[in-house]
Design a protein around this ligand. Structure first.
Ligand SMILES: O=P(O)(O)OC[C@H]1O[C@H](O)[C@H](O)[C@@H](O)[C@@H]1O
Length: 314
């Protein structure tokens, strides 16, 4: 029967939209988005950031179409984490460890999210950032490499999605009784339209170790890429680095406690030898500008090392 006096809806104050975080059904990925449309996706395997999109849906990270995303191999693209050694292990402390260490091939734990305070201003779009935390400790390693058996560590990796920037930072704790040495890098594959129109600024007149031609060199102008490039720059973290595309800044880097920058592009011949790099012209679509510490750090028992990068996408 129709009621004559229907209760009217109770007015509620407008809710401020908040960031959304979801975990995939198979518990392999965490995705976060801001009410304004920016998003980030992290694969728990390696805590690899797979995607970072602007509000308009533009992808900032390159991931190979043949990348392994099933945990069988480090991801070819996104932001794999290099720890505790960069390259083939070259130091006594990490002798025998796989290329770029085990962090990028270990399954990390999602620790939770936190977001910045909501704005109460009229027309606010709500929270302006969301931070996702991931953890890895020696007890979580599938099999502890024998070279690393005596060491205990806990790493918190934080990925913070902002309106026009992304922050990725590491807190590495030595939870054991023995000091250990490590290197670490945020091995980021930046998406670009065409390598021919790209340069990297901020590394002019900085000496670099040339992993292709050998020796130490320096260049007077911004770096451009027209053959294989694999360089390690040691450059004060206060120095701003940028990727320039078609004469306009595309990505700007701010570094905290990360004294080294690796610039890598495999170019044509090396790309052909990489079974997980595709399509054929993939080398044109990315440049790796990897901030980190190629310089060895000694972490004393009980101590914590912190470092990170903030990237502004323009
Ligand atoms: O193939 P990966 O183990 O992922 O390494 C990819 C690249 O990483 C860094 O950029 C190194 O400087 C390069 O020498 C290496 O080729």
């Amino acid at each position: 029967m129709e009621r004559s006096n229907k209760p009217s809806a109770i007015p509620v104050s407008p809710t401020i939209p908040t960031p959304q975080v979801s975990i995939s059904e198979d518990n392999s990925r965490v995705t976060a988005s801001l009410p304004t449309g920016e998003s980030v996706e992290v694969l728990l395997f390696g805590a690899t950031v797979l995607s970072w999109k602007t509000a308009k849906g533009k992808e900032n990270l390159f991931v190979s179409s043949k990348a392994h995303l099933d945990g069988s191999k480090a991801v070819r693209g996104g932001i794999p984490l290099v720890f505790p050694n960069f390259g083939p292990s070259s130091n006594k402390a990490t002798e025998g460890l796989p290329q770029h260490g085990f962090a990028r091939t270990s399954k990390w734990e999602y620790l939770g999210k936190s977001s910045s305070e909501s704005s109460t201003l009229p027309n606010s779009s709500g929270d302006s950032s969301v931070k996702l935390d991931f953890g890895l400790s020696n007890t979580m390693l599938d099999k502890i490499p024998s070279e690393w058996k005596d060491y205990q560590f806990g790493i918190t990796y934080s990925v913070t999605l902002g309106r026009d920037d992304l922050e990725t930072s590491l807190a590495i704790r030595n939870t054991g009784e023995k000091d250990f040495e490590f290197q670490t890098l945020l091995h980021s594959y930046w998406a670009i339209d065409n390598i021919s129109n790209v340069s990297v600024s901020g590394l002019e007149k900085v000496s670099f170790a040339d992993k292709v031609g050998g020796g130490n060199k320096e260049e007077s102008g911004a770096i451009t890429v027209s053959s294989e490039v694999d360089r390690v720059y040691h450059v004060d973290p206060s120095q701003e680095i940028a990727i320039i595309e078609k004469d306009k800044p595309r990505f700007e880097f701010t570094r905290d406690m990360l004294p080294d920058v690796v610039v890598w592009n495999p170019w044509i011949e090396k790309s052909k030898t990489m079974s997980d790099l595709a399509p054929e012209d993939a080398y044109k679509r990315f440049i790796c500008v990897e901030t980190g510490s190629v310089s060895w750090n000694t972490l004393e028992a009980g101590d914590t090392w912190e470092g990170g990068q903030r990237i502004k996408a323009l």
